[in-house]
Design a protein around this ligand. Structure first.
Ligand code: ATR
Length: 484
């Protein structure tokens, strides 16, 4: 079940948020502690207005909520809501409201016995969950805060240990915990919480529509194949949209999840634990991930940077689809024979992939970079010449200029790595940045009449190639979307 947490300051506002999200969710959690005046609300009159299964939660400040009044008052308010017949009442592990417990035994309301850790993942999480589930009829809920890949692993290891506990909700807050929200069904949790878009407090929370339509969390089951992207940061990535849409179009039972990873070793263990079938790799892991590969596709020997990893039997096989992703849009736009002299701006990992792609079709390449040492190293590795990025006077002779630095990317989209450069009309100018779709660098080239190409096509093409490597199936067409 997808549960929308309602955190508005009035019942009317909560009802408005519910009605905006009704199609994505199965139930709500009404956070009484977020209401401006929870004591004055009459639960009996509110009940019929919600008309959806609901959890009632009245959380104290010390437990991560907003309520600072007396325990007696909290007890009497919760009692009134329980008596009104709401489906679930959330009570913290140490809360002892006996009259509510007695009442719910009679009227069918269930208690969610909860534990929250906003600082990390406790070592004794399994014991805590067992304690939470020790009272008959109660549902154990543990929400913890993994702050690293190793803590995320600690959380995921617990799911297996408490597999015997049927009624439970276990989740990781924050970005490191996000996979636990998406995979809740596969992991055996009863529900997954989400929040209204305007109220998304912490990164790592996803909106109801993303839960339902992007990740299709309610369709995930123990057989669903798991793929993802590893990076740090990772939440900006467009890859989940591309791959999840493709799985849906091709009717493949699979999900693609962002994994924030700060330690590759922990992720590899997690990948085995979750049975991950393949993953995309982004900054800063594209080079270090090479160490775990049991098999490498030929292009990796020159690119030295891996953006795609696929499980092949007992080993991981690595690929680089950035090279194909870069070339395909370029060659569909311009005749290859017109590109004789190529300039690449930048000397990082992205530049290396671009140079390798251009070299694979026999082109001469010159590198223009800010730092000389990086340019010299890349030039040596790839047999290119190199110049300072400030040598604008040399750029006129190039048929193709490819921009691979991070300069011009949102939020610094008013910058260009070549300030003052006057592009030529017959130059082809390619910027691999895709946020914004058209960088200042490209806008200036377009103004001069150059043929321009942004990074979105490259992103999509490299992703399509990844999909094919993940699934051994062609990337699904638009028509498949209409039929699915
Ligand atoms: P990626 O893997 O995306 O290529 P990277 O390896 O960090 O990222 O490389 C970033 C590239 O952007 C480098 O060429 C870097 O130049 P330096 O080698 O001089 O660091 C370039 N870059 C980043 N910020 C820049 C700036 N403000 N001006 C010019 N070049 C810049």
């Amino acid at each position: 079940m997808i549960c929308l947490t309602l955190m508005e300051s009035s019942i009317d506002e909560n009802l408005r948020v519910l009605s905006n999200n009704r199609t994505y969710i199965d139930m709500v959690e009404i956070r009484l502690d977020m209401l401006s005046d929870p004591m004055t609300v009459l639960p009996d009159t509110v009940k019929s207005k919600f008309n959806i299964p609901a959890i009632i939660t009245f959380r104290k400040k010390v437990d991560g909520g907003n309520y600072e009044g007396s325990e007696d008052q909290r007890r009497s308010v919760l009692y009134a809501w329980a008596r009104a017949g709401f489906d679930y009442i959330d009570l913290e592990m140490e809360t002892s409201f006996l009259e509510i417990e007695k009442l719910v035994n009679k009227n069918g309301t269930k208690i969610i016995r909860s534990y929250h850790d906003f600082t990390g993942v406790p070592d004794n999480l399994e014991d805590i969950i067992r304690k939470l589930s020790s009272r008959p009829g109660e549902i154990a809920k543990a929400a913890v805060s993994p702050g690293s890949s190793s803590e995320a692993l600690k959380l995921f290891e617990v799911f297996d240990k408490v597999i015997d506990i049927k009624d439970k909700i276990i989740l990781g807050m924050g970005v490191f915990g996000l996979p636990s929200r998406i995979l809740y069904k596969k992991l055996g949790s009863m529900l997954s919480y989400c929040s209204n878009r305007d109220k998304l407090g912490a990164p790592g929370q996803i909106s109801p529509s993303e839960m339902k339509n992007l990740y299709r969390v309610d369709k995930i089951n123990i057989y669903t194949s798991v793929y993802g992207i590893i990076g740090n940061p990772v939440m900006h990535s467009k890859s989940p949209e591309l791959h999840n849409m493709a799985f849906q179009r091709a009717q493949i039972d699979a999900v693609y999840i962002p994994f924030k990873v700060d330690d590759l070793g922990s992720f590899y263990v997690l990948a085995d634990l979750l049975g991950i079938n393949g993953f995309s790799v982004t900054v800063p892991h594209k080079v270090n991930v090479l160490d775990i590969l049991g098999e490498k596709s030929p292009e990796l020997n020159t690119v030295l940077s891996c953006n795609t990893v696929v499980r092949k039997g007992s080993v991981w096989k690595g690929f680089n689809t950035d090279t194909d992703g870069f070339l395909k849009p370029l060659l569909s736009l311009v005749d290859e024979s017109k590109l004789n002299n190529c300039a690449v701006i930048g000397a990082g990992g992205a530049a290396r992939a671009v140079i390798s792609a251009l070299k694979s079709i026999g082109k001469e390449v010159s590198i223009f970079n800010r730092s000389e040492s990086r340019a010299a190293k890349l030039a040596l590795d790839t047999a290119c010449s190199y110049y300072p990025i400030t040598r604008l006077d040399l750029l006129g002779k190039f048929d193709l200029i490819v921009q691979t630095t991070t300069v011009g990317m949102i939020p610094k989209d008013n910058e260009t790595p070549l300030p003052g450069y006057q592009f030529r009309k017959d130059q082809v100018v390619y910027d691999i940045i895709y946020t914004p779709l058209k960088t200042k660098f490209l806008r200036e080239a377009e103004l001069a009449g150059s043929v321009v190409l942004g990074g979105m096509d490259m992103l999509v093409t490299q992703g399509q190639k990844q999909f094919e490597l993940f699934t051994n199936q062609p990337f699904p067409s638009e028509e498949q979307k209409e039929n699915s």
